[in-house]
Design a protein around this ligand. Structure first.
Ligand SMILES: [Zn+2]
Length: 317
């Protein structure tokens, strides 16, 4: 391995993540533990870091050059030894004929064989908290006696979402919210107040810079009366309906929940300029935000009407 690069070249993917970079650099030259757990908020580069780490290891010149055959296969998402599970719930799979990307499929048709082209196979779970129940038990068993030619990478937004038994099997690679300078560098041309809204993560970048979101911010700014509030509520509900329809076509970045999350974000940001004068409205928005992830059917419309009732009462009161 002498003469090969011993640092990750594609630093863009790891901007503002010195600790993660340090740890991953170590494993370019040392044996990689069976499980690496990339832990930290969404939108801080975990997914691209995993990709560039594996690409560096697969690359003919260990530089993630982008030119060699393994690099090109990785870039096209076609490398047979890099298995990316979907981000939604991971299933155990049928005992006899397990569907692709289930745990039984992984164990019977992948892990028991040597990698096709690379020295080591990598299996990525983009949301490790989605591995539960039987799937989790089976995977834990695998991790107890890890297959010689396979390494696992788990991504998780919060370590508390994983069981201690899982955490104890892995090495944690910590990701933190990005410093302002890194966000600025990664989002050229972004204005300072939008930068505030991103809050150290690129997760909402495409949405926050979209026309719809800017429209939303302008509308929140333009509220001067109870009537304005009633109109905004109607507008938001219309947007939500539109987003639900568009969600099937996957053309619209706003899911219903997402829309409300971002509306709250824009609103709080606006009102927080004068926290004293807006205390009651801010209270209403913060408690709405806490209720947002209640998945009881019919709860969200109720919660939204509570929010607007409180805001209308606070407006001009
Ligand atoms: Zn290469």
């Amino acid at each position: 391995m002498t003469g090969f690069s011993t640092t990750l070249n594609h630093f863009t993917e790891l901007k503002g993540q010195p600790r993660a970079l340090h740890i991953l650099n170590q494993y370019l030259t040392r044996p990689i533990p069976p499980l690496l757990i990339f832990a930290g908020p969404d939108g801080t580069g975990k997914y691209s870091a995993a990709e560039v780490f594996v690409r560096t290891l697969f690359c003919d010149t260990r530089s993630a050059c982008g030119q060699c055959i393994p690099c090109r296969k990785m870039l096209k998402g076609e490398h047979p030894d890099y298995i990316r599970f979907p981000a939604d719930r991971v299933k155990i799979g049928d005992r006899k004929k397990p569907e692709d990307f289930t745990i039984r499929w992984l164990i019977t048709s992948r892990l028991s064989y040597r990698p096709h082209e690379a020295e080591m196979r990598f299996v990525l779970f983009p949301d490790a908290s989605a591995i539960q129940d039987e799937a989790e038990t089976a995977l834990l068993k695998t991790l107890e006696e890890p297959p010689e030619h396979t390494r696992f990478i788990f991504l998780v937004s919060d370590l508390q979402l994983l069981k201690p038994t899982v955490i104890s099997r892995g090495v944690i690679v910590p990701f933190q919210l990005l410093p302002r300078e890194s966000i600025r560098e990664l989002s050229p041309g972004i204005d300072e107040s939008t930068l505030d809204l991103l809050g150290g993560s690129l997760e909402n970048q495409s949405i926050i810079t979209s026309t719809l979101f800017n429209d939303l911010r302008a509308r929140v700014k333009g509220i001067h009366s109870r009537l304005d509030l009633v109109e905004l509520e109607k507008w938001l509900i219309d947007q939500e309906k539109g987003a639900e329809k568009a969600a099937d076509k996957q053309t619209e970045p706003f899911g219903g929940m997402r829309l409300w999350e971002l509306a709250t974000l824009a609103w709080i940001h606006e009102l927080a300029q004068e926290p004293e004068a807006n205390r009651r409205k801010l209270d209403a928005l913060f408690s709405f935000k806490e209720r947002l992830h209640n998945e009881m059917p019919g709860y969200q419309p109720y919660s939204t009407s509570l929010l607007f009732a409180a805001l209308i009462q606070a407006e001009g009161a």
